[in-house]
Design a protein around this ligand. Structure first.
Ligand SMILES: C[S@@+](CC[C@H](N)C(=O)[O-])C[C@H]1O[C@@H](n2cnc3c(N)ncnc32)[C@H](O)[C@@H]1O
Length: 334
């Protein structure tokens, strides 16, 4: 399935990506974190309930993964994880995804789970800790798969967690899943920036390979009654997946994302800019919007608006009364 050549190509891609990024590890203090360590800045923002700031800091962590091995103490896993270079930082999952999993622990216990885009492995490992029978986790980053393996050993769940590397030749959702392989639950905190113009997939960018193929193969790869749990967490891609899945006939439940992230503004602005340039007879690459340079807003919030009535359970039988911002669940049709 994985030739050394393919693996090397994927590794080269990630080395290149890592080189483009700031070398500042996300756990260290930077001016952007107010001069304190990122974890401390996150804890402070979480404590004061400043969700937009939490998301800004998480995006900062995501765009500056460490270029060296670092340790991260996970409160949910109860172990210190070893994070390998370029691996997506686990703070976002710890803050947003694992609380959802905790509240639905009985839903995961005894189930077979597939995770798409495992990063450090934190979600798969937690599902396993909560009693999932078997977890298969995929990623396009070889260091993510290695990180999952090492941390599975730390947690003592190697026999129940399997990592599979997705190669550049096929980055669709079930590229490394057998034709008839099925799971009770599919869970993913996927790359949330849909950018059809991107040349590469990255931890943040889905160039169109992943989300749509995920829906197309869902009925084939979920067991009867199976459910997909997705955390897109930025309004455009989240709503697009909700609408597309419903259009395809799936039963979908959704707790809306808090707002639009800058990368979505950038993509949407540029799309419309294309029409403006064409109308004005300007070259189509005359200029572009850039989310950083143009200071496009981070998470323009819609928090004042109630999209989901309280008690809209994302999973049948789990009336937690909470709102899980940015989550959606999709039930297998049959
Ligand atoms: C937002 S990160 C989430 C990582 C981890 N699950 C977490 O929550 O901390 C998305 C992950 O998906 C991986 N990824 C991107 N495109 C992928 C693809 N086509 N197939 C599998 N994984 C992919 C990235 O390398 C990254 O690790």
């Amino acid at each position: 399935m994985t030739t050394p050549f393919r693996l090397a190509r994927t590794a080269v891609l990630f080395v290149a990506l890592a080189a483009c990024r700031s070398p500042e590890p996300p756990t260290q203090a930077t001016p952007d974190t107010g001069g304190v360590a990122l974890d401390d800045a996150l804890a402070a923002a979480t404590k004061t309930g400043n969700e937009a700031e939490v998301r800004r800091l998480l995006a900062l962590a995501a765009s500056t993964p460490s270029d060296e091995e670092i340790d991260y103490a996970s409160s949910h896993l109860g172990i210190t994880m070893r994070l390998l270079p370029t691996v997506f930082p686990p703070q976002e999952a710890e803050l947003f995804v694992l609380p959802f999993v905790t509240d639905h622990a009985a839903f995961f216990a005894g189930k077979t789970v597939m995770e798409i885009g495992t990063g450090s492995g934190i979600i798969s490992l937690y599902c396993s800790k909560l009693g999932a029978k078997k977890v298969v986790a995929t990623d396009i980053n070889p260091w993510a798969i290695e990180s999952l393996k090492r941390n599975a050993a730390r947690l003592g769940v190697v026999d129940r967690v399997e990592g599979r590397l997705v190669t550049v030749d096929d980055m669709s959702a079930y590229a490394v899943i057998g034709k008839d392989e099925r799971f009770d639950i599919l869970i993913s905190n996927p790359p949330y920036n849909l950018d059809l113009d991107s040349a590469v997939n990255t931890p943040e960018i889905d160039k169109g390979d992943l989300g749509f193929s995920l829906l197309r193969g869902l009925d084939r790869h979920l067991t009867p009654g199976g459910t997909a749990v997705l955390f897109y967490n930025s309004l455009f891609y989240h709503q697009l997946m909700v609408k597309l899945a419903r259009h395809m006939g799936f039963e979908v439940r959704s707790h809306n994302a808090l707002g639009i992230s800058p990368w979505e503004f950038e993509a949407l602005f540029n799309l419309y800019l294309g029409r403006v340039l064409e109308r004005e007879h300007l070259p189509k690459d005359a200029f572009r919007f850039d989310d950083v340079e143009d200071l496009l807003p981070y998470a323009l919030t819609i928090e004042q608006r109630q999209f989901e009535p309280k008690g809209n359970a994302l999973i049948d039988g789990f009336q937690t009364g909470k709102v899980y911002r940015g989550f959606l669940t999709i039930r297998r049709k049959g």
